[in-house]
Design a protein around this ligand. Structure first.
Ligand SMILES: [Zn+2]
Length: 59
């Protein structure tokens, strides 16, 4: 299931406060693969690298 940009941005903001769950992380990564606009946002925030680090550390 492909999350919308709205859902993706929710996940991004949640990911700044806590580690995302497995499904959430996958949904966000999947969305970022196809959505250049959101990818630019995450790059600007420096979010993705941090999220992936937390995602790995949390598992
Ligand atoms: Zn998007």
């Amino acid at each position: 299931m492909m999350p919308s940009c709205k859902k993706a941005s929710e996940l991004m903001s949640q990911g700044q406060d806590r580690a995302l769950g497995t499904l959430e992380g996958l949904q966000l990564k999947l969305h970022l693969l196809i959505c250049q606009r959101c990818r630019r946002v995450t790059r600007h925030l420096g979010f993705l690298r941090e999220a992936i680090r937390r995602y790995r550390d949390g598992n």
